[in-house]
Design a protein around this ligand. Structure first.
Ligand SMILES: O=c1ccn([C@H]2C[C@H](O)[C@@H](COP(=O)(O)OP(=O)(O)OP(=O)(O)O)O2)c(=O)[nH]1
Ligand SMILES: [Mg+2]
Length: 151
């Protein structure tokens, strides 16, 4: 996939487009489209929906995942509440980021701050084939630690 439609909304004008920071970055950083000169403050425990100032049209077999930046998580305790956020290919609204402050200090967001990252990933859709029973496997219904924790 190379060229994907992006629409810069009025409050996103002047911000950089999301971009890959290095040649093999999996994600593009998302900028906060907070109004110029204004700031959004996340108090400890608080969550807010942060605008990015753009909308996009992904091809039908792709999704975008909104993920936290590890630096913000580690240094400030700030993360994406619904990580990974799911952007459907048919969504044409503004991409927004649900940030939550798990830290113990106020976190201030200003215009252009890189608050999260977005990974584009392929999507597989399935259809159901309803059966009375399923095939046998070595695992069967074992899970939730059934294989133990040691070596
Ligand atoms: O972090 C996110 C998650 C979602 N969305 C947008 C794009 C996505 O396509 C749409 C719906 O997201 P989701 O399916 O996660 O939310 P929902 O609560 O199921 O809402 P809906 O009933 O609209 O699907 O909201 C974002 O902008 N950011
Ligand atoms: Mg949904």
């Amino acid at each position: 996939m190379s060229n994907v439609g992006i629409q810069i909304l009025e409050h996103g004008q002047g911000l950089k487009l999301p971009e890959y920071e290095t040649s093999h970055s999996a994600g593009m950083d998302l900028m906060a489209a907070v109004a110029e000169g204004e700031q959004v403050v996340l108090k400890p425990g608080e969550r807010k929906l942060i605008p990015t100032g753009f909308a996009m049209a992904l091809p039908g077999n792709f999704e975008a995942q909104v993920r936290p930046r590890s630096g913000l998580a580690w240094k400030n305790g700030v993360t994406v509440l619904n990580t990974p956020g799911t952007i459907d290919a048919d969504y044409r609204g503004e991409v927004k980021v649900i940030l939550i402050n798990h830290g113990d200090e106020d976190f201030t967001i200003t215009r252009g701050m890189r608050i999260a990252q977005m990974v584009i990933a392929p999507v597989t859709q399935i259809s159901w084939d309803q059966r009375d029973s399923l095939d046998e496997t070595a695992r069967g219904s074992g899970g939730f630690g059934s294989t133990g924790t040691g070596t």
